[in-house]
Design a protein around this ligand. Structure first.
Ligand code: SAH
Length: 370
């Protein structure tokens, strides 16, 4: 051991050293939390617990999952870890005939909690599968090399795969479907909350373009909740290709938002700007400003994205935001923004004022006026 580190150790209490060691193990093996969650989704554990009435013993859960007999004893390990991490509940069930001579050992019943309930019936499971996809994991392994390479260059994703994520969605149909399903599932859940928490945002809006609107899930939810709003979805041709509108007031347009955004009272940008550099955001917002200026009413741009580090956010929300920020850096060399970063690009794109509502957890809703 190096002298310096030996000297430090001598002045640190044993309790601190041991605590530090377990912190390092928690973080270096933290990827196993992601992969355990990935396994839970792939195995269909949330749905199995739901079919069992919301909670089940391990033998019942094993049967519901139809696991091979040889793997059944290992299920307890996965469930225990996920319960410790707050994904499922774990309740001890006393052994029958407690006390001396108890007939059976105590057992545990695992159940759904608000976190795992979000994964039932599909829920936001596609987001988990996208976040833990091999293409993303391989990109993350390139981060040290990416930091050491000089120059602006390409993001770690492109270093690992030779192209940007949107180039990959253009030819890898499995990845394209994974991304569109993930974003669609996020929108399905988010739309409900937008309607519940800040529906007034759509008051007086008669037409809306969802720019980078993916498979149109958000637009369909808005059209359903607010029948007075006609929606169109603008996205890249390979995303729009083959989509059939599920709502009569939703139509699809294939195009490039950098080139043209169709006119409307309002433009929605949900989880789009965090994929782009400040310079590209200014370009996109300038096109959006032109689009809303042409509408019959004085229009606005509605942004749903993270505003990092608001004092109203919990430590858990901050942690989610900085993880998403790392993901954006790795995929696109883009970022999750603090309010000051947002303000700068709004001003550069020529907007006069904005209003932020921190009502969507790790995301906020921003209304932006020309
Ligand atoms: N708004 C959707 C999807 C967000 S993902 C949601 O939140 O569910 C970002 C979207 O931007 C993707 O669907 C991607 O295909 C789209 N996109 C990327 N580049 C684009 C471009 N140049 N023009 C239009 N859409 C683009």
């Amino acid at each position: 051991m190096a002298e310096e580190s030996r000297a430090k150790m001598a002045t640190t209490s044993s309790a601190e050293l041991l605590q530090a060691e377990s912190e390092l193990v928690r973080h270096s093996l933290g990827y196993l939390k992601s992969m355990a969650l990935h396994s839970a989704v792939k195995l269909g554990i949330p749905d199995a617990l739901h079919r069992c009435g919301g909670a089940a013993s391990l033998p019942d859960l094993s049967s519901a999952l139809a696991l091979p007999c040889s793997k059944r004893p290992y299920l307890s390990r996965l469930m225990k870890m996920l319960a410790v991490e707050g994904i499922f509940t774990a309740v001890d069930v006393p052994a029958a005939g407690e006390g001396e001579g108890a007939a059976t050992a105590p057992s545990v019943r695992y159940g759904l909690n608000p976190v795992s309930r979000l994964l039932v019936g599909g829920g936001v499971s596609p987001c988990v599968l996208m976040g833990t996809s091999p293409l993303f994991l391989e990109a993350s392994l390139r981060l040290p090399q990416w930091f050491q390479r000089d120059g602006e260059g390409e993001p770690a994703f492109a270093m690992a795969h030779g192209e940007s994520p949107y180039a990959t969605t253009g030819h890898d149909m499995e990845f394209n479907a994974l991304v569109n399903e993930a974003m669609g599932s996020d929108s399905r859940y988010m739309a409900e909350l937008v309607v519940r928490e800040c529906g007034e945002v759509f008051t007086g809006v008669t037409s809306l373009v969802d720019v980078g609107g993916g498979n149109g899930t958000m637009a369909a939810a808005i059209a359903k909740a607010f029948p007075h709003v006609r929606c169109s979805v603008l996205d890249l041709p390979h995303v729009i290709q083959g989509l059939v509108s599920t709502h009569e007031s939703v139509e699809f347009a294939a195009g490039d938002m950098m080139e043209y955004v169709p006119p409307a009272d309002a433009v929605l940008l949900k989880c789009v700007l965090h994929n782009w550099s400040d310079q590209d955001c200014v370009k996109i917002l300038t096109k959006c400003k032109e689009a809303v200026a042409q509408g019959a009413k004085a229009g606005k741009v509605i942004i749903i994205d993270a505003v990092v580090g608001s004092p109203s956010h919990s430590q858990q929300v901050l942690e989610a935001q900085v993880l998403m920020d790392m993901q954006m850096m790795m995929l696109f060399m883009s970022k999750e923004r603090e309010e000051l970063n947002w303000q700068k690009i709004f001003t550069e794109a020529g907007f006069s004022h904005y209003k932020i509502q921190h009502v969507l957890g790790m995301r906020s809703i921003i209304q932006l006026y020309p």
